[in-house]
Design a protein around this ligand. Structure first.
Ligand SMILES: [Zn+2]
Length: 289
């Protein structure tokens, strides 16, 4: 039984009981769509390396992140809901200002976990969140991010039907373009994860490529900055996408601004990597740029 304990913890299974533990994470409990992560889908851009950033939730502290990104000449996508019951969202005038320098992506109207809503309400959140931004910005909104990282098969279809070009998940340790453009993963989340949580998530998500990468590429790194720096090096050698996603409010709570700047500076020094927004990446993968 003692030997089984570590494996049981990884799988979230209580030895002798077979019950699943809740998964502690900023992106907990997402349901699975068809696992369609691909490792060899760079046919239109073989070997090319990209770096992109995404910043979720539209918190007022996103403006500080934006200033740092601009300081280092980096591109990013800010995923912003109209409202969020969990924390503040910046005023509309600031969202408009931000759109002058960065891509703005949709994050539903009210930042709600779509998997727990009736389908009709989920559709309204998707559709109205997109329309709110398009009316505000006066331009098309191509990119979507699932609040809380939660999605299922129906939602993936609905995001496509709403007219988005691609959608980002919170699935970690990935540097490839997915076969399904509405299931983009990221390389790194600017947040601390124990290795056991990383592996457990990857297995529950059937993200075997991510589990393998976490061990073989990232050396089971628990420090997000080290993890991201490794992704930059890996992508500069192998091609693919180094993608850091973050919540500015999380950076602020953990007083992690200096380390975030280190990450941005390192990315800006990787001259071989092409700087793109999420939306540009989505368009590139579909041959639209
Ligand atoms: Zn969010």
């Amino acid at each position: 039984m003692a030997l089984l304990a570590p494996l049981a913890e990884i799988l979230g299974v209580a030895p002798g009981y077979g019950k699943l533990f809740p998964v502690p994470s900023p992106c907990p409990g997402r349901r699975l769509a068809t696992p369609t992560w691909g490792r060899k889908v760079f046919s239109s851009m073989p070997g090319e390396g990209f770096v992109t950033f995404s910043v979720d939730d539209g918190h007022p502290s996103d403006l500080k992140t934006a200033q740092l990104l601009q300081k280092y000449g980096l591109k990013a996508t800010f995923y912003i809901p109209a409202r969020n019951a969990e924390r503040k969202v910046m005023p509309e005038s600031q969202v408009r200002d931000l759109s002058g320098s960065f891509e703005i992506g949709a994050h539903t109207l009210n930042h709600v976990r779509l998997t727990v809503l009736p389908r009709k309400q989920a559709w309204a959140e998707l559709h109205d969140g997109k329309r709110w931004l398009e009316d505000l910005l006066g331009k098309q909104v191509d990119s979507f991010c699932y609040p809380g990282g939660k999605f299922d098969r129906d939602l993936v279809t609905m995001v496509e039907q709403a007219g988005f070009l691609g959608a980002r998940t919170c699935t970690l340790n990935l540097t490839d373009i997915p076969k399904n453009p509405f299931l983009w993963g990221v390389s790194t989340h600017a947040c601390f994860y124990r290795p056991v949580v990383q592996i457990r998530h990857a297995l529950l998500e059937k993200n075997l490529a991510g589990a393998w990468n976490f061990v073989s590429v990232y050396g089971s790194a628990t420090d997000w900055l080290q993890h991201f720096l490794t992704s930059l090096q890996h992508v500069s050698r192998q091609g693919g996408i180094s993608h850091l996603f973050l919540h500015s409010w999380e950076i602020d709570e953990r007083r992690d601004w200096a380390r975030l700047e280190t990450a941005f500076e390192a990315a800006s020094n990787m001259k071989s990597l092409r700087r793109v927004t999420n939306g540009e990446l989505f368009a590139l993968s579909r041959g639209r740029l």
